[in-house]
Design a protein around this ligand. Structure first.
Ligand code: SF4
Ligand code: SF4
Length: 410
């Protein structure tokens, strides 16, 4: 059952300061690119922001606002990118994103879900991934002559995006093979990571997928899970501990590549075309990838949490390794955007997005920022970011980091 009451402290602590809509002043380079909340940017009302959503939860709890389909549609325009959360936490100790997640859970429990979210669960119940690809076709992109190491305790988790865009996973395979890293695929044992379903408020259905994957890893003796997708990475780190005690560590292919480069195990062509790029930090690889640490206790006056509570503020996401990889590639020059690392602007992709226009405007805004750096291409580490950003108006080429690395191997 949902439990909005757990977040009463957050609702009562919001002082309407508005920091959840802006990057921190010392990071600003001016008025342009200072906003951080995509829905507030698009709609221009406080209701569409971390502040507004926290206030809405309070009104729902106090019976002043009804749970309706219209409210659910509005709540699911939010990309759950978490930018409001880390910026709020720079001024106050409260859980904005967790409150938004719980509101979605509460609405889903009451039967209020956008069709986009409902379809995800229906697809999973019908033996498909959330996007409708049958499980039997999940690895149909795998070359017939591919051989992995069935005894390895490291799994390359392909993720649902591979069915639509296998390039990044195939590139990851080339990187692991070039670096001499033994690994295996789970093939028919792999299911959707469950992250998108959980974030849509359908936490019970997500729990089934999460427990299923964790059990498949346990049975296969997996100790390390390598992901290519930022969404999967964030799900394993920030959602799985809510359901299971993960007996594995999660690493992203950008971290593996950075390690292999440091150890001198990857060699690159020196004659590759020079390219100036800018790097887009995916939300679920960056600020939303810190490990979830459960907390139960008492909140006393002035917000004193007893026992002490662990706060995820986004600062320990995967930010440096993708940049280390880019700087190691011959011919690549990196130009940074204003909104980067934990202040990154979301690409706009949200599987359950109830308003495609809002998603498109979010991607457009990111592309406008990328263009302001004079980069020739935008690089990301998450196939969903590539999908979203490629759909922006007047897009720069959107390059996946693993593909860039694999394409420049000697
Ligand atoms: S930053 Fe936090 S306290 Fe300030 S308005 Fe936003 S949610 Fe409320
Ligand atoms: S999670 Fe992202 S889109 Fe949603 S309110 Fe917060 S900053 Fe805005």
């Amino acid at each position: 059952m949902s439990d909005l009451n757990r977040f009463r402290y957050t609702m009562e602590s919001c002082n309407h300061c508005g920091q959840c809509k802006w990057i921190l002043p010392h990071r600003m380079s001016g008025w342009d690119f200072a906003e951080v909340c995509p829905v507030h940017h698009h709609f221009g009302f406080d209701a569409y922001s971390g502040q507004g959503l926290v206030n809405i939860v309070r009104e729902v709890m106090e019976g002043k606002l009804e749970r309706t389909d219209e409210l659910a549609d509005m709540v699911h325009t939010c990309a759950a990118c978490g930018a409001c959360d880390v910026n709020c936490k720079s001024v106050r100790d409260m859980e904005v994103l967790e409150t938004i997640y719980e509101l979605r859970h509460d609405l889903a429990q009451a039967g209020h879900l956008p069709d986009s979210c409902r379809r995800m669960a229906e697809n999973v119940s019908a033996g498909c991934d959330p996007f409708g690809v049958p499980l039997a076709e999940r690895f149909s992109w795998l070359p017939g002559d591919f051989r992995d190491d069935p005894d390895s305790d490291t799994v390359l988790f392909a993720g649902c995006s591979a069915s639509r865009d296998p390039g990044p996973v195939l590139a990851a395979i080339r990187i692991l093979q070039a670096g001499g890293v033994p690994f295996r695929l789970l093939r028919e044992e792999e299911r959707c990571c469950g992250g998108a379903l959980w974030r849509s408020g359908q936490q019970e259905t997500a729990g089934d997928l999460i427990r299923g994957n964790a059990e498949a890893f346990r049975k296969a003796g997996i100790r390390t899970v390598i992901t290519v997708c930022g969404e999967c990475f964030g799900a394993f780190r920030s959602i799985y501990p809510r359901f299971v005690k993960p007996g594995f560590r999660t690493v992203h292919i950008s971290q593996v590549a950075a390690g292999l480069i440091r150890e001198g195990k990857l060699a690159f062509r020196q004659d590759a075309r020079p390219l100036t790029v800018t790097y887009h930090d995916p939300c679920m690889l960056g600020r939303l990838s810190e490990e979830y640490v459960p907390w139960e206790g008492e909140i006393r006056s002035y917000g004193l949490h007893v026992p002490e509570k662990h706060w995820n503020r986004g600062e320990f996401g995967v930010y440096q390794e993708p940049r280390d990889v880019l700087s190691a590639l011959p011919g690549i020059t990196v130009r940074e955007m204003t909104r980067r690392v934990e202040e990154s602007w979301c690409c706009g992709y949200w599987t359950g997005q109830a308003d495609p226009e809002c998603a498109a405007a979010t991607a457009d805004e990111r592309m406008r920022e990328a263009r302001s750096t004079d980069a020739e291409a935008i690089v990301s580490c998450c196939p969903f970011c590539r999908t979203a950003l490629s759909g922006a108006g007047d897009p720069l080429p959107v390059v996946d980091l693993a593909e860039l690395v694999a394409g420049r191997l000697a």
